[in-house]
Write a protein that binds this ligand. Structure first.
Ligand code: ADP
Length: 399
């Protein structure tokens, strides 16, 4: 069965066509600069070089049209026609309290996703545009929505509620939702497979460390707490996002720097994190290079990043009441041995101890713990597209 996975952003649309039985990516690509000049489609067919095609992509409908025509193209394509695609899985950022799991898309689901726009004004609208464009162009193919927030809907009230007047929760839905759910759930399932134990028995701390970064406490297969909050701004220091700061800083800055609320938001989301601290870059490769050349602020940014991850692991060990495994995933978690070493340093008291040689291996599933460690430390490459395809497959085959 072939499943098309769509991740639709405001001016870009990523796609993968996955042969789900064999877990093989047949083709993948990106439509970029949708609705802007010089729009293009970047396409890679399995076993072939990436091609970049200049295309006029006025909107997301144009983008989906081009994806379909490229996938069915005689030379670049991998299928004869669209009837070979059994289902489409759409990534949707925010499912609010409405969606606890992935769902087959119908009119009511679209209405529900629209109701969550208020919670994710930048993300849900392009997700909906992608879904509606697909429904117009390939109306007979079943579609599934897979939400970043859904996995965290199992958090208990005492974990997701902020200590604000309760009315704000009732009136506006202000609470912790959490993100990266598809990734945390996927790596938790992979961890269970690696440990050869049922997920329902395991206490896991999953560290998704990419440009956006979050930690999730997973007890017996369920998310019980996570570091991102009402929005993806909370928690860890990230590439350009501040993570948690004292909320009083916002009004202080508005006052001192005569900033608008939008400007403060811009600072917190785009100019903070390791970029803000270092003044060098949001990318860890650049930070390490600068730190090695003696740049103190680059070193400080790495230290602050690692310190927060370490604190979350300890904090969540209290939430899960013990840990079977710590998981490192996403760009930094999968590739950055320096960060993994720094985060786990001195955590023997919790049973965490890693082997420096094994830690050097990057980008593949591996247990990097020392043989005597009570807690396994696992590196697991995430694969959100495959996870979306699997969820989609599960739902459409149930029909
Ligand atoms: P996004 O949240 O944008 O999907 P990624 O998961 O791609 O982010 O992570 C991006 C981060 O991963 C960057 O800071 C980058 O430096 C880091 N990264 C990626 N590959 C490597 C590598 N080989 N060594 C060190 N860091 C890496």
């Amino acid at each position: 069965m072939k499943i098309l996975v769509i991740n639709s952003g405001s001016s870009s649309l990523k796609y993968q066509l996955i042969d789900i039985e064999n877990e093989v990516v047949l083709a993948k690509g990106l439509c970029d600069r949708i609705g802007i000049d010089n729009s293009l489609l970047k396409h890679t067919k399995k076993g072939s070089d990436t091609v970049i095609l200049e295309k006029e992509l006025k909107d997301h409908r144009d983008a989906i049209k081009e994806v379909i025509s490229t996938l069915t193209d005689e030379n670049l394509g991998v299928i004869k026609d669209m009837s070979e695609i059994s289902a489409v899985g759409h990534r949707v950022v925010h499912g609010g309290e409405k969606f606890h799991d992935s769902v087959i898309i119908d009119d009511d689901v679209i209405k529900g996703i629209k109701e969550c726009i208020e919670l994710a004004p930048l993300h849900n609208p392009p997700n909906i545009i992608g879904i509606e464009a697909c429904r117009q162009l390939i109306p007979d193919v079943p579609m599934v929505a897979v939400f970043d927030t859904a996995f965290h809907q199992t958090m208990p009230e005492h974990a997701y509620l902020y200590a604000l007047p309760y009315d704000f929760y009732k009136k506006y839905g202000i609470r912790k939702y959490g993100f990266h759910g598809t990734s945390h759930k996927y790596v938790a399932q992979r961890a269970a497979a690696m440990l050869n134990r049922p997920l329902e028995e395991l206490k896991l701390i999953s560290c998704h460390l990419g440009n956006g970064a979050s930690v999730c406490a997973i007890k017996y297969g369920k998310s019980v707490d996570t570091s991102m909050g009402f929005t993806p701004l909370a928690g860890l220091a990230m590439g350009t996002r501040s993570g948690s700061v004292d909320p009083a800083v916002v009004s202080f800055l508005i006052d001192k720097e005569h900033l608008t609320v939008q400007q403060v938001n811009e600072y917190l989301n785009k100019k903070s994190g390791v970029l803000g601290i270092s003044g060098v870059s949001s990318d860890f490769r650049d930070l390490h290079e600068a730190a090695e050349k003696g740049n103190k602020r680059a070193k400080l940014a790495i230290d602050i990043f690692c310190y927060r991850v370490k604190k979350y692991i300890a904090e969540y060990s209290a939430v899960t009441e013990g840990i079977d495994a710590v998981i490192f995933t996403a760009g930094i978690g999968e590739n950055n041995d320096v960060v993994r070493a720094k985060v786990t340093e001195g955590m023997q008291y919790l049973g965490i101890s890693i082997d420096p040689e094994k830690n050097k291996i990057r980008g593949k599933e591996i247990d990097i713990s020392t043989p005597d460690a009570k807690v396994r430390t696992l590196v697991i490459p995430t694969n959100e597209e495959l996870a979306i395809a699997k969820e989609t497959y599960k739902l459409v085959s149930r029909k």
